[in-house]
Design a protein around this ligand. Sequence first.
Ligand code: BDR
Ligand code: CA
Length: 318
Amino acid sequence: PIPVIIDCDTGVDDALALLLAVRHPGLDLRAVTCVAGNTDVDGVVRNTLTVLEQAGAPEIPVGRGAERPLLEPARAAQHVHGADGMGDLGLPAPKRTASELDAVALLRREILASPRPVTLIPTAPLTNIALLLRTHPEVTRNIERIVFMGGAVAIGNATPVAEFNVWHDPEAAAILLTAGVPITMYGLDVFVQVVVEARDVHRLRASSDPGTRLAGELLAHRPAAVGEEPEAEEAGGLGDAGAVCAVADPQGITSRLLPVEVSLAPGPGRGQTIVDRRPRPGESEIHEGRREQALVDVALEVDANRYVKLYLDTVERP
Ligand code: BDR
Ligand code: CA
Protein backbone atom coordinates (compact mmCIF):
# COMPACT_ATOMS: atom_id res chain seq x y z
CA PRO A 1 0.00 0.00 0.00
CA ILE A 2 0.96 3.64 -0.57
CA PRO A 3 2.07 5.31 2.68
CA VAL A 4 -0.05 8.46 3.12
CA ILE A 5 -0.51 11.24 5.68
CA ILE A 6 -3.63 13.42 5.66
CA ASP A 7 -3.42 17.01 6.91
CA CYS A 8 -6.99 18.15 7.50
CA ASP A 9 -9.48 20.55 9.13
CA THR A 10 -12.23 17.99 9.89
CA GLY A 11 -14.72 19.09 8.53
CA VAL A 12 -17.64 17.13 7.05
CA ASP A 13 -15.82 16.22 3.84
CA ASP A 14 -12.43 15.81 5.56
CA ALA A 15 -14.17 13.16 7.65
CA LEU A 16 -15.30 11.46 4.42
CA ALA A 17 -11.67 11.56 3.25
CA LEU A 18 -10.44 9.97 6.50
CA LEU A 19 -13.01 7.17 6.27
CA LEU A 20 -11.85 6.34 2.75
CA ALA A 21 -8.16 6.40 3.64
CA VAL A 22 -8.70 4.16 6.67
CA ARG A 23 -10.61 1.53 4.69
CA HIS A 24 -8.80 1.53 1.34
CA PRO A 25 -6.53 -1.54 1.06
CA GLY A 26 -4.16 0.30 -1.29
CA LEU A 27 -3.45 3.06 1.25
CA ASP A 28 -1.50 2.95 4.50
CA LEU A 29 -2.61 5.92 6.61
CA ARG A 30 0.38 6.55 8.86
CA ALA A 31 -0.67 9.75 10.63
CA VAL A 32 -3.22 12.56 10.54
CA THR A 33 -2.37 16.17 11.30
CA CYS A 34 -4.85 18.89 12.16
CA VAL A 35 -5.00 22.59 11.36
CA ALA A 36 -7.43 25.45 11.95
CA GLY A 37 -9.80 25.88 9.03
CA ASN A 38 -13.41 24.72 8.99
CA THR A 39 -13.34 25.06 12.78
CA ASP A 40 -10.77 25.85 15.51
CA VAL A 41 -7.85 23.45 15.77
CA ASP A 42 -9.02 21.80 19.01
CA GLY A 43 -12.37 21.10 17.36
CA VAL A 44 -10.54 19.65 14.37
CA VAL A 45 -8.50 17.34 16.63
CA ARG A 46 -11.65 16.18 18.44
CA ASN A 47 -13.55 15.57 15.19
CA THR A 48 -10.61 13.70 13.67
CA LEU A 49 -10.25 11.39 16.70
CA THR A 50 -14.00 10.76 16.64
CA VAL A 51 -13.95 9.75 12.98
CA LEU A 52 -10.99 7.38 13.43
CA GLU A 53 -12.68 5.80 16.43
CA GLN A 54 -16.05 5.38 14.70
CA ALA A 55 -14.31 3.90 11.66
CA GLY A 56 -12.64 1.29 13.87
CA ALA A 57 -9.24 2.45 12.62
CA PRO A 58 -6.07 1.20 14.28
CA GLU A 59 -4.34 3.66 16.64
CA ILE A 60 -3.16 6.21 14.07
CA PRO A 61 -1.22 9.17 15.58
CA VAL A 62 -3.07 12.49 15.35
CA GLY A 63 -1.08 15.72 15.67
CA ARG A 64 -2.43 19.12 16.68
CA GLY A 65 -1.14 21.85 14.40
CA ALA A 66 -1.45 25.56 13.70
CA GLU A 67 -4.14 27.57 15.47
CA ARG A 68 -4.24 30.17 12.74
CA PRO A 69 -2.82 30.96 9.32
CA LEU A 70 0.62 32.54 8.86
CA LEU A 71 -0.70 36.10 8.39
CA GLU A 72 -4.48 35.97 8.27
CA PRO A 73 -6.77 35.50 11.28
CA ALA A 74 -8.54 32.12 11.58
CA ARG A 75 -11.94 32.28 9.85
CA ALA A 76 -13.98 29.14 10.47
CA ALA A 77 -16.68 27.87 8.10
CA GLN A 78 -19.37 26.91 10.62
CA HIS A 79 -22.07 28.02 8.18
CA VAL A 80 -21.00 25.07 6.01
CA HIS A 81 -19.81 22.47 8.54
CA GLY A 82 -22.05 23.17 11.56
CA ALA A 83 -21.30 24.53 15.05
CA ASP A 84 -18.98 21.60 15.90
CA GLY A 85 -17.32 21.74 12.47
CA MET A 86 -18.54 18.26 11.54
CA GLY A 87 -22.24 18.47 10.87
CA ASP A 88 -23.54 18.58 14.50
CA LEU A 89 -24.28 14.85 14.38
CA GLY A 90 -24.23 14.50 18.18
CA LEU A 91 -21.42 11.93 18.17
CA PRO A 92 -19.90 10.90 21.52
CA ALA A 93 -16.63 12.52 22.59
CA PRO A 94 -13.63 10.42 21.50
CA LYS A 95 -11.80 8.18 23.97
CA ARG A 96 -8.60 8.45 21.92
CA THR A 97 -6.21 11.32 22.55
CA ALA A 98 -3.89 13.30 20.33
CA SER A 99 -0.16 12.61 20.01
CA GLU A 100 2.23 14.42 22.34
CA LEU A 101 3.97 15.59 19.18
CA ASP A 102 2.58 18.65 17.43
CA ALA A 103 1.66 18.39 13.76
CA VAL A 104 5.00 19.57 12.39
CA ALA A 105 7.02 17.24 14.64
CA LEU A 106 4.72 14.31 13.85
CA LEU A 107 4.90 14.96 10.10
CA ARG A 108 8.68 15.08 10.27
CA ARG A 109 8.93 11.87 12.29
CA GLU A 110 6.51 9.87 10.14
CA ILE A 111 7.89 11.09 6.82
CA LEU A 112 11.50 10.34 7.71
CA ALA A 113 10.64 7.00 9.37
CA SER A 114 8.66 5.65 6.42
CA PRO A 115 10.45 2.85 4.53
CA ARG A 116 8.88 4.15 1.30
CA PRO A 117 8.44 7.82 0.28
CA VAL A 118 5.20 9.25 1.66
CA THR A 119 2.34 10.86 -0.25
CA LEU A 120 0.94 13.86 1.63
CA ILE A 121 -2.74 14.65 1.20
CA PRO A 122 -3.58 18.10 2.60
CA THR A 123 -7.33 18.76 2.56
CA ALA A 124 -7.20 22.01 4.52
CA PRO A 125 -5.45 25.38 4.69
CA LEU A 126 -1.73 24.71 4.12
CA THR A 127 -0.33 26.28 7.30
CA ASN A 128 1.07 23.04 8.80
CA ILE A 129 2.67 22.03 5.51
CA ALA A 130 4.30 25.45 5.04
CA LEU A 131 5.66 25.36 8.60
CA LEU A 132 6.98 21.84 8.01
CA LEU A 133 8.73 22.81 4.77
CA ARG A 134 10.33 25.84 6.39
CA THR A 135 11.31 24.07 9.64
CA HIS A 136 12.48 20.71 8.28
CA PRO A 137 13.17 21.06 4.53
CA GLU A 138 15.03 17.72 4.62
CA VAL A 139 11.66 15.92 4.69
CA THR A 140 11.25 16.49 0.95
CA ARG A 141 13.76 13.69 0.31
CA ASN A 142 11.18 11.17 1.54
CA ILE A 143 8.02 12.75 0.06
CA GLU A 144 6.79 10.98 -3.07
CA ARG A 145 4.34 13.76 -3.94
CA ILE A 146 1.74 16.08 -2.46
CA VAL A 147 -1.85 15.79 -3.67
CA PHE A 148 -3.75 18.70 -2.16
CA MET A 149 -7.39 19.76 -2.21
CA GLY A 150 -7.35 23.47 -2.80
CA GLY A 151 -7.36 26.20 -5.38
CA ALA A 152 -9.28 26.17 -8.62
CA VAL A 153 -8.76 26.77 -12.30
CA ALA A 154 -11.90 28.75 -12.94
CA ILE A 155 -14.22 29.11 -9.94
CA GLY A 156 -14.24 30.20 -6.31
CA ASN A 157 -16.22 29.59 -3.13
CA ALA A 158 -14.71 31.73 -0.34
CA THR A 159 -14.62 34.62 -2.85
CA PRO A 160 -15.72 34.74 -6.49
CA VAL A 161 -12.20 33.67 -7.50
CA ALA A 162 -10.63 32.00 -4.44
CA GLU A 163 -11.14 28.53 -3.00
CA PHE A 164 -11.42 28.31 0.83
CA ASN A 165 -8.22 26.37 1.67
CA VAL A 166 -5.96 28.65 -0.37
CA TRP A 167 -7.89 31.81 0.57
CA HIS A 168 -7.59 30.94 4.29
CA ASP A 169 -3.77 30.94 4.15
CA PRO A 170 -2.51 32.17 0.77
CA GLU A 171 1.12 32.56 1.90
CA ALA A 172 1.19 28.94 3.06
CA ALA A 173 -0.21 27.78 -0.29
CA ALA A 174 2.48 29.78 -2.10
CA ILE A 175 5.16 28.03 -0.01
CA LEU A 176 3.65 24.63 -0.86
CA LEU A 177 3.66 25.30 -4.60
CA THR A 178 7.41 26.00 -4.56
CA ALA A 179 8.27 23.01 -2.32
CA GLY A 180 10.30 21.35 -5.07
CA VAL A 181 8.37 18.07 -4.90
CA PRO A 182 5.75 16.85 -7.40
CA ILE A 183 2.40 18.46 -6.59
CA THR A 184 -1.08 17.61 -7.81
CA MET A 185 -3.81 20.21 -7.36
CA TYR A 186 -7.25 18.65 -6.85
CA GLY A 187 -9.09 21.95 -7.09
CA LEU A 188 -12.63 23.15 -6.67
CA ASP A 189 -13.51 22.59 -10.35
CA VAL A 190 -13.24 18.81 -9.97
CA PHE A 191 -14.11 18.78 -6.24
CA VAL A 192 -17.71 19.88 -6.86
CA GLN A 193 -18.36 17.27 -9.55
CA VAL A 194 -18.18 14.09 -7.48
CA VAL A 195 -21.60 13.59 -5.91
CA VAL A 196 -23.21 10.52 -4.30
CA GLU A 197 -26.86 9.98 -5.22
CA ALA A 198 -29.60 10.17 -2.58
CA ARG A 199 -30.46 6.45 -2.74
CA ASP A 200 -26.82 5.53 -2.00
CA VAL A 201 -26.70 8.04 0.87
CA HIS A 202 -29.85 6.43 2.23
CA ARG A 203 -28.33 2.95 2.08
CA LEU A 204 -25.16 4.08 3.88
CA ARG A 205 -27.22 5.69 6.66
CA ALA A 206 -29.09 2.43 7.20
CA SER A 207 -25.89 0.36 7.60
CA SER A 208 -25.19 -1.55 10.80
CA ASP A 209 -21.50 -0.58 10.59
CA PRO A 210 -20.78 2.66 12.53
CA GLY A 211 -18.15 3.88 10.04
CA THR A 212 -20.37 3.30 7.00
CA ARG A 213 -23.31 4.92 8.82
CA LEU A 214 -21.15 7.94 9.65
CA ALA A 215 -20.28 8.34 5.96
CA GLY A 216 -24.02 8.38 5.19
CA GLU A 217 -24.78 10.94 7.91
CA LEU A 218 -21.96 13.18 6.70
CA LEU A 219 -23.10 12.97 3.08
CA ALA A 220 -26.64 13.82 4.17
CA HIS A 221 -25.48 16.85 6.19
CA ARG A 222 -26.79 20.02 4.68
CA PRO A 223 -26.58 23.23 6.66
CA ALA A 224 -29.81 25.21 6.73
CA ALA A 225 -29.53 28.90 5.92
CA VAL A 226 -30.65 31.19 8.76
CA GLY A 227 -34.41 30.84 9.28
CA GLU A 228 -34.69 27.83 6.94
CA GLU A 229 -35.63 24.24 7.75
CA PRO A 230 -32.89 21.71 6.94
CA GLU A 231 -33.56 20.12 3.56
CA ALA A 232 -34.77 16.55 3.15
CA GLU A 233 -32.14 13.94 2.36
CA GLU A 234 -30.55 14.31 -1.02
CA ALA A 235 -27.32 13.75 -2.87
CA GLY A 236 -24.05 14.61 -1.10
CA GLY A 237 -20.62 15.63 -2.42
CA LEU A 238 -17.50 13.61 -1.68
CA GLY A 239 -15.54 16.86 -1.43
CA ASP A 240 -12.08 16.33 0.10
CA ALA A 241 -12.48 12.56 -0.25
CA GLY A 242 -11.97 13.10 -3.98
CA ALA A 243 -8.32 14.01 -3.29
CA VAL A 244 -7.87 10.64 -1.57
CA CYS A 245 -9.50 8.98 -4.60
CA ALA A 246 -6.93 10.78 -6.77
CA VAL A 247 -4.15 9.04 -4.82
CA ALA A 248 -5.80 5.60 -4.70
CA ASP A 249 -6.85 5.74 -8.37
CA PRO A 250 -4.92 8.44 -10.29
CA GLN A 251 -6.48 7.32 -13.60
CA GLY A 252 -9.79 8.85 -12.50
CA ILE A 253 -8.54 12.37 -13.15
CA THR A 254 -7.22 14.03 -16.27
CA SER A 255 -4.44 16.43 -15.35
CA ARG A 256 -1.82 18.63 -17.00
CA LEU A 257 1.43 20.12 -15.79
CA LEU A 258 0.78 23.88 -15.77
CA PRO A 259 2.28 27.00 -14.18
CA VAL A 260 0.29 27.96 -11.07
CA GLU A 261 0.73 31.05 -8.91
CA VAL A 262 -1.17 32.18 -5.80
CA SER A 263 -2.33 35.77 -5.82
CA LEU A 264 -0.98 37.32 -2.59
CA ALA A 265 -1.84 40.96 -3.19
CA PRO A 266 -4.55 42.46 -0.96
CA GLY A 267 -7.89 42.99 -2.66
CA PRO A 268 -10.51 40.95 -4.47
CA GLY A 269 -8.02 38.57 -6.13
CA ARG A 270 -6.24 37.50 -2.93
CA GLY A 271 -6.05 33.74 -2.58
CA GLN A 272 -6.83 33.00 -6.22
CA THR A 273 -4.75 30.27 -7.89
CA ILE A 274 -3.80 31.67 -11.27
CA VAL A 275 -3.43 28.70 -13.62
CA ASP A 276 -1.74 29.44 -16.95
CA ARG A 277 -3.47 27.38 -19.64
CA ARG A 278 -2.31 29.50 -22.58
CA PRO A 279 -0.78 27.52 -25.45
CA ARG A 280 1.88 30.16 -26.09
CA PRO A 281 3.45 33.06 -24.16
CA GLY A 282 1.63 36.37 -23.96
CA GLU A 283 2.87 39.93 -24.24
CA SER A 284 4.24 40.11 -20.70
CA GLU A 285 6.57 37.16 -21.36
CA ILE A 286 7.57 38.49 -24.78
CA HIS A 287 8.52 41.86 -23.32
CA GLU A 288 9.75 40.89 -19.86
CA GLY A 289 10.74 37.21 -20.22
CA ARG A 290 9.26 34.25 -18.38
CA ARG A 291 9.22 34.48 -14.58
CA GLU A 292 10.08 31.52 -12.40
CA GLN A 293 6.78 29.76 -11.75
CA ALA A 294 5.90 26.49 -10.09
CA LEU A 295 4.70 23.75 -12.44
CA VAL A 296 1.81 21.91 -10.86
CA ASP A 297 -0.06 18.84 -12.07
CA VAL A 298 -3.56 20.35 -12.22
CA ALA A 299 -6.68 18.14 -12.25
CA LEU A 300 -8.80 19.41 -15.14
CA GLU A 301 -11.40 16.65 -15.39
CA VAL A 302 -12.66 13.90 -13.13
CA ASP A 303 -14.53 10.67 -13.83
CA ALA A 304 -17.14 11.31 -11.13
CA ASN A 305 -18.92 7.94 -11.44
CA ARG A 306 -15.64 6.10 -11.09
CA TYR A 307 -14.79 7.94 -7.85
CA VAL A 308 -18.27 7.53 -6.39
CA LYS A 309 -18.04 3.79 -7.08
CA LEU A 310 -14.56 3.65 -5.55
CA TYR A 311 -15.86 5.45 -2.48
CA LEU A 312 -18.93 3.29 -1.95
CA ASP A 313 -17.11 0.02 -2.67
CA THR A 314 -14.43 0.93 -0.13
CA VAL A 315 -16.46 2.47 2.67
CA GLU A 316 -19.14 -0.22 2.57
CA ARG A 317 -16.54 -2.97 2.75
CA PRO A 318 -17.20 -4.90 5.97
C1 BDR B 1 -12.57 23.10 1.10
O1 BDR B 1 -12.99 23.97 2.15
C2 BDR B 1 -13.50 23.22 3.21
O2 BDR B 1 -14.69 23.77 3.67
C3 BDR B 1 -13.68 21.82 2.73
O3 BDR B 1 -13.41 20.91 3.79
C4 BDR B 1 -12.68 21.69 1.61
O4 BDR B 1 -11.42 21.26 2.08
C5 BDR B 1 -13.38 23.40 -0.13
O5 BDR B 1 -13.16 24.70 -0.57
CA1 CA C 1 -11.16 20.41 4.32
